[in-house]
Design a protein around this ligand. Structure first.
Ligand SMILES: CC(C)(COP(=O)(O)OP(=O)(O)OC[C@H]1O[C@@H](n2cnc3c(N)ncnc32)[C@H](O)[C@@H]1OP(=O)(O)O)[C@@H](O)C(=O)NCCC(=O)NCCS
Length: 137
């Protein structure tokens, strides 16, 4: 397995993986548009995992100077439970720590509560927060 920064040549594989794993329906979450917006941020916080040379995982990070965030963690179904997700999160943690990020947050949909165990094994705790959002476009 190899974890490395996203390259432009990964674009089609990344959007295909996101469609397969997340099954987005909202137009604002269109994978190709999300990817272009992320690349426009030019923050080098998008990692991919290659398994047997094939793109099989992604994780996106964000850092605003106060908190780091993890998003778009996706591992192709046929290579799950082989440590790919863990490796992606740990590498993103290293990138954020290198920027002096003091804490990482992430959100889990209530419909995806099973993934909480995965994050707990990596040291993440469930925190009592009310998550709020506002759609701008
Ligand atoms: C969540 C996800 C990224 C995990 O990827 P993965 O490569 O299968 O995870 P790993 O093999 O690295 O697992 C690391 C540990 O978590 C455990 N784990 C992984 N998925 C788990 C799950 N759904 N429930 C319970 N434990 C889980 C593994 O057994 C392993 O435990 P171990 O270290 O004791 O052996 C993957 O299942 C996925 O892409 N899910 C769909 C997208 C998603 O939900 N993303 C997160 C959005 S918040």
């Amino acid at each position: 397995m190899e974890i490395r920064l996203f390259k432009q040549t990964d674009a089609d594989s990344v959007t295909t993986l996101w469609r397969q794993v997340f099954g987005y329906t909202e137009p604002r979450n269109d994978p190709a548009i999300s990817l272009q917006r992320k690349l426009a941020a030019n923050d080098d916080l998008l990692l991919v995992a290659l398994v047997d040379g094939e793109l099989a995982g992604t994780v996106m990070g964000g850092y605003d100077g106060h908190r780091g965030w993890i998003y778009s963690l996706a591992v192709a179904e046929h290579v799950r439970r082989r440590g790919v997700g863990k490796a992606l999160v740990l590498r993103m943690e290293q990138l954020l720590a290198a920027r002096d990020c003091p804490k990482i947050n992430l959100q889990v949909l209530t419909t995806n509560a099973g993934v909480v165990t995965f994050y707990q094994k990596l040291g993440y705790n469930v925190e009592q927060r009310i998550s709020m959002g506002k759609v701008l476009s």
